[in-house]
Design a protein around this ligand. Structure first.
Ligand SMILES: [Fe+2]
Length: 388
């Protein structure tokens, strides 16, 4: 049993409460601790909810992670409905199906339990239940005009940081285009971070999502939109993730390492809220779309090359150096090796004849606009060449 708070976990890293808020990230209060999910009913009670919608998937059900949440709601005599059909990379059709399930059930609070897909689906359903229309109406930022239901996020992976973000990423069912639908009202009011929920993941999923979180920490540190606050969250996130990634890969049941990873992912997610992402995500997204490379593996593969590319700007190079005494790009490559994630495009059978199409897609990615160094089509071609 770990008796620790975010403050005590972060203190020895040199991060102190007088200049960084560990427990209230923008709109979201953090409740952290091993078995914290067993107290879900107590958190729900705070909102005087009479009927909760739990949005999750069958894998979570089979892993038994729903049990402590439901047991706690029963303990507090709170009614609930459970939707277990969340799909990976949720689409507009997937959100509509969950809305159909939930409507006319007098839902007054939503719990998202699972990975980023469950949390995004829960946010999407909240938009439509409270403001009507379709997900397309909420594309962009701040399109919801009515208040939204209180949302409690309970992540079971340390990766996207969706629990600390106001965006739902939902893909258009027809075009498969990913839509970012953001509104501060959609952010979780409470994030319950229970490291015990993350130990059941297959090792390769923990590795992919962990590298994704590390990439969030590194990319948010340097974007054009970075702020003094976001830089603090990026640094804190990287420190936690960097010190525990290898331990987590070697011993999936190491709860201290899992704690660092879960907190680190949440802080990196907080940094994304202010700072957005950069060209590692812009160049990785087409690799996932065209070659089905898992998101974290694709971003991790491209990140060392984007670090080198951005390092031509002295100020950016100094920011990278603030994370790591040795070469940051080498450190990322070594983290990939530790967890058997390929570090070259050739390892996936990708050849340079694909680079033109990939660069076309990459240069159209919204997220690339925030990269500190302008990245044009020819630059993406060079980045893919260097990653071959
Ligand atoms: Fe990511």
């Amino acid at each position: 049993m770990i008796e620790a708070t975010p403050e005590t976990i972060c203190k020895d890293l040199g991060f102190h409460k007088d200049y960084i808020d560990f427990t209230h990230l923008r709109n979201t209060s953090i409740h952290f601790g091993v078995n914290e999910s067993h107290d879900t009913g107590n958190h729900v009670k705070y909102f005087n909810s009479s009927k909760v919608l739990i949005v999750t998937d069958n894998g979570i059900l089979k892993a038994g992670h729903l049990d402590p949440v439901v047991n706690s709601l029963n303990e507090y005599e709170i009614n609930y409905e459970i939707y277990t059909n969340v799909k990976e990379n949720p689409s507009t059709d997937d959100v509509d199906e969950c809305v159909e399930f939930a409507k006319n059930k007098s839902i007054d609070l939503i719990i998202g339990l699972g990975g980023g897909s469950s949390l995004d689906t829960a946010k999407g359903v909240n938009f439509i239940l409270t403001n009507g229309g379709t997900m397309h109406d909420y594309r962009g930022v701040g399109k919801a005009t009515h208040e939204m239901l209180p949302f409690i996020a309970i992540p079971t992976t340390a990766g996207t940081g969706s629990e600390c973000q106001s965006f739902a990423i939902i893909s258009d069912s027809a075009s498969h285009e990913k839509m970012a639908c953001g509104d501060l009202k959609a952010a979780a009011r409470i994030a319950i971070l229970d490291p015990a929920l993350t130990t059941s993941q297959p090792r390769h999923i923990s590795a992919h999502t962990g590298i994704d979180a590390i990439s969030h920490a590194v990319e948010t540190l340097v974007t054009k939109k970075r702020t003094d606050d976001s830089i603090q969250y990026s640094r804190l996130a990287f420190s936690l993730l960097n010190r525990s990634y290898e331990k987590m890969v070697n011993d999936p049941n190491d709860l201290l390492a899992r704690s660092d990873m879960l907190l680190g992912a949440a802080y990196a997610g907080t940094a994304i809220e202010c700072s957005m992402l950069g060209s590692a995500h812009a160049s990785a997204n087409p690799l996932t779309a065209k070659f089905s490379i898992p998101h974290g593996a694709a971003v991790g593969l491209m990140l060392p090359h984007v670090i080198k590319y951005n390092s031509s700007i002295e100020e950016i190079s100094e920011l990278y150096d603030s994370l790591s005494e040795k070469s940051l790009s080498n450190r990322i490559t070594s983290l990939l090796k530790i967890s058997n994630i390929p570090s070259k495009l050739g390892d996936y059978g990708i050849k340079n004849e694909s680079f033109k199409d990939l660069a076309n897609e990459a240069s159209g990615q919204w997220t690339g606009n925030f990269n500190p160094r302008q990245t044009e089509h020819a630059d993406f071609m060079n980045l893919y060449e260097s990653a071959l």
